[in-house]
Design a protein around this ligand. Structure first.
Ligand SMILES: [Zn+2]
Length: 683
């Protein structure tokens, strides 16, 4: 999970790429109009050698792949072809390297590990996983990466797909392609009368972080293992593929495979050790140790027990590799009824006066009567868990001095420890105990938490749950999200795992685009990225900016007071979305979109993007109506009238989804259905 040192490479490639393509037609138009250019720009454009790709209505280049291409390499070539065709309205060919005719006037664009790329001296073998090279040379354009022969592009986000990354990086920086959302309608491809590649040096690049994930279907597809993906042509499968394609275009990949080394770590320990070593598990108030019920994977551990540390290290030794020195010491997940260990030693590691900063953790809904809550539960567990991580690390270092230990900042150990000092061999995965939007006046809360953890000396990864909260609604907070994520990126973030997108592209797409684009291009500012997004709506760009700001303002009403009154935790919108997103708010939203529709009616492509927003808003309104009806009935003993009302709105919702599949294709259907309040409704 180390941060790749490619900042300078990115800068270099900007210098290469930004001026390396020009739109000849536009340039001529600007000249004719007498527009003024800096002398340097003019000199640069005219003095450079250029590879023509598309001029005077003719394709001047051929996409060339190795004779033996993997699926991932072919995928990269087809993506290039698809985008070149769309940009020029041309019809570009893909050929195998051996099919090239000597002295063919068409210039090759080599994709992948070709003989030509190796002859040119591109160090293909020394490229790291998902590292890529772009070289615009006088004789050809090289878009080179190493592709895993078993990778199934675009869905295998743990395997190497470097050639596709080279293609996408070039399309982004040199052609100006933007991918707003999955599928055809979200592809924003400039129409170019001419396309030429200016000569420049080889530039290498790689994803800005070696581990990035915007979670899709949980365990839907696992490389090399049986998965649910690919069994049919179902809407789920097609949506999964469209989302995966979009992620790959933004280089959101699990390159380092780090998720093998974190996550609630002891889920099977009760089964494995419960009989023989009950002392590994939390001591409860009743004097027993272990789980409180059948959900054994939620039992907490007796983290001060040195034998437990040895057992964890033993597990690690069995699977560790020199490249992956991470020990998973992330405590199990828990409900508020799953107690932390009450043994004397564990408690002696606590700092009783250090109270948890956010007592109502939104990820742990607590509906117990206050009188039933042990006052000790307000004590922060962070010093206890920080010491646990250091003890496990020390045990591991007896075997490997490069060992690193991974733990969470989560639950009652969300705050930084008060007394225990950590170090850079400790990786803390931060799950902030907040729900966006943050209240006015407290907008800095998550950044403050981040900085405090950073001050412990640990390395930090960011793993929020927030994308789950908005359900299907236009629940967005791009200003706060952009400001905070930028802060984490600028202050030592080494990896990111966002749990989870429901794929609500037409209502929450601005947040998802902003996140992915920031991670792909750390050199861009939040405002530059938002300008790209709005710019895709042509003459309606300012109206869409207003539209986003409008929903951001509505979302802000879901403040802490509202969240507490609902006590819905992260399900606040699923339970009470209709109280914030009222019929009146939707009416106003549709009014803004009607103006955007009017502004773009002479531009079919852009107008379809407005239609996309409208369909998703209609979908959100239907979902909101369903929430309202569902919350008004008792689903376990509904009256006939209740049944009729809920069935009516659900039937309308399901029919709407069927009728508008073309726009709704990127939704994370499987996960969405798991989150719908009416998921168990039998009608
Ligand atoms: Zn204990």
């Amino acid at each position: 999970m180390s941060r790749p040192e490619n900042a300078d490479l990115n800068k270099g490639s900007l210098m290469l790429h930004r001026p390396s393509f020009c739109n000849g037609a536009s340039l001529r138009r600007w000249f004719a109009a007498g527009a003024s250019f800096g002398l340097g720009t003019l000199m640069g454009l005219h003095s450079a050698l250029a590879i023509p790709i598309y001029t005077e209505g003719v394709e001047r280049a051929i996409v060339v792949v190795p004779d033996q291409s993997s699926q991932a390499t072919l995928y990269a070539a087809r993506e290039l072809q698809r985008h070149l065709n769309a940009a020029t309205r041309g019809s570009f060919k893909i050929k195998k390297e051996s099919e090239l005719i000597p002295n063919d006037p068409a210039k090759p664009i080599y994709v992948g590990d070709t003989v030509a790329a190796r002859k040119k001296g591109i160090p293909v073998d020394s490229l790291e996983k998902n590292e890529f090279a772009v070289w615009s040379a006088p004789e050809a354009l090289y878009l080179v990466g190493k592709d895993d022969p078993t990778a199934e592009a675009p869905v295998d986000d743990r395997l190497a797909m470097g050639s596709a990354l080279a293609v996408y990086d070039w399309l982004d920086r040199s052609v100006g392609v933007r991918w707003l959302w999955p599928g055809e309608g979200g592809m924003v491809i400039p129409r170019l009368g001419e396309l030429v590649a200016k000569e420049g040096p080889m530039v290498k690049g790689k994803p800005a972080y070696s581990y990035m994930q915007l979670r899709l279907y949980f365990r839907y597809h696992v490389s090399g293992k049986p998965s649910r993906y690919g069994r049919s042509d179902s809407l789920q499968d097609r949506s999964f593929e469209a989302n995966s394609e979009w992620m790959l275009r933004h280089k959101i990949l699990r390159t380092s495979g780090a998720d093998n080394y974190y996550g609630h770590g002891f889920g099977d320990y009760w089964e494995r050790f419960g009989k023989e070593h009950p002392e590994f598990f939390a001591l409860r108030a009743d004097g027993q140790r272990g789980p409180v019920d059948t959900r054994t994977y939620l039992t907490q551990m007796c983290v001060s027990n040195p034998e437990l540390h040895k057992a964890i290290v033993k597990d690690w030794l069995a699977t560790r590799t020199p490249e992956s020195p991470w020990i998973n010491a992330c405590e199990n997940d828990r409900r508020v009824i799953d107690p932390f260990c009450m043994c004397e030693v564990c408690r002696s590691w606590d700092v009783p006066e250090a109270k948890i900063a956010v007592q109502d953790n939104p990820w742990h809904i607590d509906s117990r009567p206050k009188a039933k809550i042990d006052p000790y539960e307000s004590v922060s567990m962070s010093d206890r868990y920080a010491r646990f991580l250091l003890e496990v690390l020390a045990e591991a270092k007896k075997h490997d001095p490069n060992a690193k230990v991974v733990g969470y900042a989560y639950s009652s150990y969300s705050d930084p420890p008060v007394n225990v000092k950590l170090n850079s061999d400790v990786i803390i995965i931060v799950v902030p105990p907040y729900i966006y939007p943050l209240d006015k006046g407290s907008e800095g809360a998550v950044r403050k938490l981040w900085d405090a953890w950073k001050a412990t000396g640990a390395q930090l990864a960011y793993r929020p749950n927030d994308f789950l909260v908005g359900f299907t609604l236009p629940y967005i907070y791009p200003t706060q999200l952009g400001r905070d994520l930028k802060h984490f990126m600028d202050n030592g973030m080494i990896a990111v795992d966002l749990d989870s997108t429901l794929g609500m592209w037409g209502t929450q797409g601005v947040s998802i685009y902003l996140t992915a684009r920031m991670l792909d291009r750390p050199d861009l500012s939040v405002e530059e990225i938002l300008a790209e997004y709005y710019g895709a709506f042509g003459k309606a760009k300012d109206i869409v900016r207003e539209y986003v700001a409008y929903w951001e303002g509505v979302t802000a009403k879901c403040d802490t007071n509202f969240q507490k009154a609902i006590n819905g935790g992260w399900g606040v919108m699923m339970n009470a979305g209709h109280k914030i997103f009222t019929a009146d708010t939707y009416k106003k939203g549709f009014e803004i979109l009607a103006r955007a529709d009017e502004a773009t009616k002479d531009d079919k492509v852009t107008n379809q993007r407005i239609a996309f927003l409208r369909v998703w808003l209609e979908h959100a309104e239907l979902c909101t109506q369903a929430i309202e009806v569902y919350q008004s009935i008792n689903p376990s003993s509904p009256t006939e009238d209740d049944k009729a009302r809920l069935n009516l709105v659900l039937n309308r919702l399901h029919k709407f989804r069927e009728d508008n599949e073309k726009f709704l294709i990127g939704a994370n259907w499987l996960f969405l259905q798991r989150n719908e309040p009416w998921r168990n409704w039998k009608g």
